[in-house]
Design a protein. Structure first.
Length: 274
């Protein structure tokens, strides 16, 4: 039986060293610092954080060319400094705006195997947590490669019977927004077919879409979490960016029950406004 604890999922931090997005209108570093401050003030304190991909985005500052991997490293260093303020451990995923080699070099102090996918699993409080890497370099859509899918199936078999939550950047099921669904997980149904063979998998939690959303099919629920910086319209059938507010997800595990809520930071008060 799982014990009682909470954790947070925040995503699409889009850290950009050396500039702010949208002609300086969106300071992604400042908004992430507000989110970190708020997470640190939560009661009870979260046991850990899942950071859901699109960690950095220096490419948004210069869309006219393809950046070399080294050019991502200052943004990952800034991310490491900001997230270092968390009072709980953090587990990272990658999204379409990330760079694997730069991530591994800065966040993992790795010097070899820099193209390795960033997937993982761990246990906490009687539950099992799985993170998948859907980054396809240079593409806005995502895909989980065959070796990861094989690893996932084996991992879930090993932890059969444990309540399980799976995390990936790209959403496997459509949201009903055609422009966003064109950038979803290309082999989403292949992933879902594996998860459906493992009834202990309760939720799949995603980022990417810059909005909170919930879809349920059978016993499996897909949740998406808004960004820590800018959001997009939930209703517009064309791309429409909203300045904010920053948001993140809190999950509470209480025995066999899972509960969740999304917190948005309205105004300038941050944690003081909760």
């Amino acid at each position: 039986m799982p014990t009682d604890f909470s954790f947070v999922h925040f995503t699409d931090t889009h850290i950009m060293a050396g500039g702010a997005w949208d002609n300086g209108q969106v300071d992604t570093s400042a908004s992430l610092r507000r989110v970190i401050e708020t997470i640190n003030a939560l009661e009870p304190a979260p046991a850990f954080a899942i950071v859901g991909g699109d960690l950095t985005s220096p490419d948004l500052l210069d869309r006219g060319r393809t950046l070399a991997s080294d050019e991502w490293m200052p943004s990952y260093r800034l991310l490491r400094e900001i997230v270092g303020g968390l009072r709980c451990p953090a587990h990272f995923l990658l999204g379409n705006h990330d760079d694997r080699p730069a991530f591994h070099r800065v966040m993992g102090d790795r010097t070899t195997n820099l193209d390795a996918t960033q997937h993982w699993s761990f246990d906490h409080g009687g539950c099992h947590f799985v993170g998948l890497d859907s980054l396809v370099p240079g593409k806005p859509w995502g895909e989980i490669n065959a070796p990861q899918l094989e690893w996932l199936d084996a991992d879930l078999r090993t932890h059969r019977g444990q309540p399980t939550l799976v995390f990936v950047h790209h959403h496997p099921w459509p949201l009903g927004l055609a422009w966003m669904d064109a950038m979803s997980l290309r082999n989403g149904e292949q992933l879902i077919s594996i998860l459906e063979h493992h009834p202990a998998v309760r939720w799949i939690v995603c980022g990417h879409v810059h909005q909170d959303y919930e879809v349920q099919r059978g016993s499996l629920t897909m949740l998406t979490t808004p960004s820590t910086c800018f959001q997009v319209s939930k209703v517009s059938q064309t791309y429409k960016v909203l300045a904010g507010p920053p948001g993140f997800r809190v999950v509470r595990v209480s025995g066999p029950a899972l509960a969740t809520r999304v917190l948005h930071l309205h105004g300038a008060n941050g944690a003081a406004g909760l």
